[in-house]
Design a binder for this molecule. Structure first.
Ligand SMILES: Nc1ncnc2c1ncn2[C@@H]1O[C@H](COP(=O)(O)OP(=O)(O)OP(=O)(O)O)[C@@H](O)[C@H]1O
Length: 323
């Protein structure tokens, strides 16, 4: 559905060149739900704008929905839907009219535009809001209306640029339910951008991690996390001396690395270590800590997160740029 090779976009800003996207190769198959994950300014939106023919690449090529973005942009546009970061819907129309007009703009006949409008209002649970003026809709309803607008012409491929930004947690969860249902019902291929780790992890089947204009990792959430060295074990001891003894014990765990002791101003001192398989080493570690007389307060084993993945690839936390 998408094949890009060496896709690149530079911007001239005063006398400097901003390399927003630097030689990106992306392959997305039919029916996939793929997230482009990266911090602000990574090049996600610029990539999407090129794939949707809104922006010409500086170099490289891309075929989208079977057509070349440079030589057949109209063919591409006919087959895709794009929901950008702003609102697509106007201000003073009713939601239903907005959708219907959009259908006519895309060349649907009147009867088809009317029935498609009804279908989408139902699918995105906008029935109750259908006769309200667009500006009176809630943030979540407005975003769902944007998505309905992007879907009016039954595109094979839908691009969503940061669809949940600005929504409260409840509306975000609700939006994702709708997107997942839409996919299950229509098989639409979906490519979205996000800088929310939990969203990429929870919703996407495949994640492309983007940083400084390049794809630096590509895989399922589990595959990406599997590349990070191991699980994190954290245990709290009754006092600092015991925590230090605990850290010495932890150092002897065969696969242990990055053993550290953290002594918070309030609360119990903690020992952290990375191990290959947390569940496999925990029984022996607990026995050894007990034998060394460490009075344990709590123990946690955490699988790596996507933030650990990003940290191990870039040396920076994605959360630092999280809005
Ligand atoms: N029209 C433009 N002119 C100049 N520079 C631009 C333009 N559009 C984007 N950039 C720059 O290109 C880089 C990539 O921006 P882009 O918007 O693609 O990032 P992003 O990953 O989508 O970030 P965000 O999550 O903030 O939308 C940034 O440094 C941005 O400032």
């Amino acid at each position: 559905m998408i094949h890009t090779r060496g896709l690149t976009r530079h911007f001239r800003v005063k006398k400097a060149t901003v390399e927003a996207v630097r030689g990106v190769d992306i392959d997305v198959g039919k029916g996939e739900l793929v997230a482009l994950l990266g911090p602000n300014g990574a090049g996600k939106s610029t990539t999407l704008r090129m794939l949707t023919t809104l922006l010409a690449p500086t170099s490289g090529s891309a075929a989208v929905a079977g057509h070349d973005i440079a030589t057949a942009p109209n063919e591409v546009r006919r087959r895709i839907g794009f929901v950008g970061q702003g609102h697509g819907a106007g201000e003073d129309q009713r939601a239903r009219d907005e959708l219907y007009t959009q259908g006519l703009c895309y060349g649907l006949g009147k009867a088809d535009a009317r029935s498609r409008t009804g279908e989408l209002l139902e699918m995105l649970e906008l029935d109750a809001a259908a006769d309200r003026i667009v500006t009176k809709l809630s943030g979540g309803q407005r975003r769902r209306l944007d998505i309905a607008m992007g879907l009016i012409h039954r595109p094979e491929l839908l691009f969503l640029d940061e669809p949940s930004t600005g929504l409260d947690p409840h509306s975000r969860a609700n939006l994702w339910e709708h997107i997942e249902r839409l996919r299950a019902e229509s098989g639409t291929t979906i490519v979205l951008t996000t800088h929310y780790l939990d969203e990429a992890d929870g919703v996407a089947e495949r994640i492309l991690v983007i940083d400084h204009g390049r794809v630096i990792a590509d895989g399922t959430g589990d595959e990406l996390k599997g590349k990070v060295s191991g699980d994190l074990i954290t245990f709290a001891a009754a006092d600092e001396a015991q925590a230090r003894t605990g850290a010495e014990v932890a150092e002897r765990v065969p696969s242990a690395n990055s053993v550290s002791v953290e002594v918070p101003v309030s609360g119990d001192p903690e020992v952290r270590l990375r191990v290959e398989r947390g569940d496999a080493v925990l029984p022996e570690l607990l026995r050894s800590l007990d034998a060394a007389g460490v009075d344990l307060r709590t123990v946690r084993v955490q699988r790596p997160t996507l933030d650990d993945v990003f940290l191990s690839l870039t040396g920076r936390s994605l959360r630092e740029g999280d809005g």
